[in-house]
Design a protein around this ligand. Structure first.
Ligand code: NAP
Ligand code: MG
Length: 400
């Protein structure tokens, strides 16, 4: 049997620590035996980011803009300890932040659902995809401690020097204030990313904010979503048989818990931060969460939602076998290959992505899994495998 051909290269970004080890295993065992893998390779491992003064991250983002689809391994976001460990000349920015800034994208996270790993919320039978606005609000806020009595105002000075003022509070004692912002351009691109992703994955889009209380700030989010939906998407949504739905954030939380899943939940930055951890945990495991960055002009970057699994890597360096879960990384590859197949009209590449995912899920459902899943599975007598053994089992299933 010949290998499956590709036409356009996939932008491949290698990463760090344990996920870098899994990356190679996945390629060797599950991809190159079946696909004539065509990638443009960028090494985003921290040593190479240091060598290139992080230029490699920018180059990879530019390549993603050019080719349209990328797959990324988890990478270290340097902190003080990493600067020492890797002898870095600078505390390089998170590659994901660089990517988001250059592609102006929204991150969509979705759980991988498999029999035997049951969500804590029993009625969640379909995945809930969380879309988090990744710019502004409290993450770009300016704050102040008010020491004592006095008046605090918002002041806007336009380019001609004219001022508009609004009283925040007349303090009669000490207090605190916070000023935050967002831009219409960023909110518009967030809305378009969500609607495009809804069309792309044939799922309803929900958006929620607190417009009843925040009559200008949150209401602007609500209005922008509605205007863009009515003008640009309503017809296409009807044709696709999907809907757009707006509600208050507190109502949304209650509905989400009672729902069966199967939609995209668009959240403002803070809501998305908090709710994505709730959704991920309630679905069972961070190691079973995929993540895709989608730009408003339709570029896709696939990755696992978890980090580089540092603790396992140090065990690996000591020569111990680890049982690190490769599923989210495998699904990053299958997601990227499927998208490449769709864009290039390669039905067999798309079919391969489906088979790879099925072989992975079948392996878990047959009771063979990594340690993290064995600890929470409802399958009786589940067997704990090392990463290598687990990937080898998937390969057996895939070959079949
Ligand atoms: P982590 O890599 O997500 O791992 C935290 C813990 O979660 C692990 O120690 C492990 O628990 C469990 N875990 C996560 N993924 C797993 C998997 N695939 N299989 C089995 N268990 C898994 O987070 P971290 O250790 O806090 O961060 C390590 C590095 O990753 C940091 O340098 C951080 O900057 C980076 N990071 C990168 C990304 C990204 O590239 N997108 C995202 C997040 C973090 P046990 O130890 O209990 O087994
Ligand atoms: Mg968070």
């Amino acid at each position: 049997m010949g290998k499956i051909a590709m036409t356009t290269p996939l932008v491949e970004m290698d990463g760090d620590e344990m996920t870098r080890i899994l990356w190679q295993m996945i390629k060797d065992e599950l991809l190159t035996p079946f696909v004539e893998l065509k990638t443009e390779y960028y090494d985003l491992g921290l040593p190479h980011r240091e060598e290139t003064k992080d230029q490699v991250t920018v180059d990879a983002a530019m390549a993603t803009k050019k080719h349209g689809v990328a797959v990324k391994c988890a990478t270290i976001t340097p902190n003080a300890a990493r600067v020492k460990e890797y002898n870095l000349s600078q505390m390089w920015k998170s590659p994901n932040a660089t990517f988001r800034a250059l592609l102006d994208g929204t991150v969509f996270r979705a759980p991988i659902i498999v029999k035997g790993i049951e969500p804590y919320i029993r009625n969640w039978v379909k995945p809930i995809t969380l879309a988090r606005h990744a710019y502004g609000d409290v993450y770009k806020a300016v704050e102040m401690k008010i020491p004592g009595p006095g008046k605090c105002e918002l002041v806007y000075t336009d380019s001609d020097g004219r001022q508009t003022r609004s009283l925040i509070h007349e303090f009669d004692g000490p207090g605190i204030v916070q000023g935050m912002h967002n831009t219409i351009a960023s909110i518009e691109s967030f809305a378009r990313c969500c609607f495009n992703y809804g069309l792309d994955t044939k799922q309803d889009v929900w958006f929620a904010s607190k417009d009843t209380i925040s009559k200008q700030y949150d209401h602007t989010f609500k209005d922008i979503f509605q205007e863009i939906y009515d003008k640009e998407y309503a017809d296409r949504f009807r044709e696709a048989g999907i809907t757009y739905f707006y509600t208050l954030i507190d109502d949304a939380v209650a509905r989400v818990v009672k729902s069966e899943g199967g939609y995209i939940w668009a959240c403002k930055n803070y809501d998305g931060d908090v709710m994505s951890d709730m959704v991920a945990t309630a679905f069972g495991s961070l190691a079973m969460m995929t993540s895709v960055l989608v730009s408003p002009d339709g570029k896709f970057e696939y990755e696992a939602a978890h980090g580089t699994v540092q603790r396992h890597y140090y065990q690996h360096l000591e020569g111990k076998a680890t049982s690190t879960n490769p599923v989210a990384t495998i699904f990053a590859w299958s997601g990227a290959l499927r998208k490449r197949g769709q864009l290039d009209g390669l039905a067999d590449l798309e079919a391969f992505a489906d088979k790879l995912e099925k072989a992975t899920l079948d392996t878990i459902e047959s009771g063979q899994m990594t340690k993290d899943l064995a600890a929470i599975t409802t399958i009786k007598g589940a067997k704990t495998l090392t990463s290598e053994e687990f990937i080898a089992k998937i390969r057996e299933n895939l070959q079949r």
